[in-house]
Ligand binder design. Sequence first.
Ligand code: FMN
Length: 237
Amino acid sequence: MNAPTSANVGVDATNVSSNRVSKSALSCSQHSIADAIPLRAITMTKPSIVGISGSLSDPSRTSVLVKAVLTAIERETGYASSFIELSDAAPALFQSRSPKDLSVTGKAFVHRVEQADLLVVGTPVYRASYTGALKHLFDLVDHRHFSNKPVVLTATGGSPLHGLMIDHQLRPLFGFLQALSLPTTVYAVESDFSNYAISNPDIEERIARVGVEASTYLKRRTNQANGSHEAPLAAIA
Ligand SMILES: Cc1cc2nc3c(=O)[nH]c(=O)nc-3n(C[C@H](O)[C@H](O)[C@H](O)COP(=O)(O)O)c2cc1C
């Protein structure tokens, strides 16, 4: 439960290590057994860690939060990550009503999300849910790419009372996709930021915990990709 505190194919990626806050240019769960077969074998020499902010605002607290989580994961894993700002991707995505309508640029965004080995998803709370922009992206992906994909869930809102949106709205979306949404989530409100920088040490501490947790799940996925027997999480951490 959240503490109610307070490629790159035709697109530019933001390497989060560079600490740039600039944009990157970037039906019910009745899947058949065939759906459970991954579309691609996981070959993870260098895992792809991708963050997505579902905010259409610029600047965006959600983007700041997602990038902070990516930085924590980079610190734990030693791998670089990339970031997709939906405000950049939206024009390419919104012109498509179905995956077959996607332009080359739109396909590139969707491909990056589908092929990620670890996703960090963030959204502002809009009307007690995630944004329509974020939902549209996940309406365009092929759900078969998401089976067991570790996903970190984060959100920002105006009210601490809407922190459970993550568990009541966002987590079920990734449940449908059969993704592995991680136990620890991060919810931050406007007072947790000063000038679009995180200023609440409790949020920073939670982000650090998420970095450790995400790194553990990424290692487990790496071990699976390398064909080693699945070890208990405690042995991997
Ligand atoms: C259309 C709209 C609807 C919103 N609805 C809610 C809401 O239901 N609950 C809430 O806590 N905050 C709500 N907010 C506030 C935003 O979630 C909050 O300001 C968020 O941090 C903005 O993130 P951003 O800076 O990434 O755009 C809403 C804001 C907008 C623009």
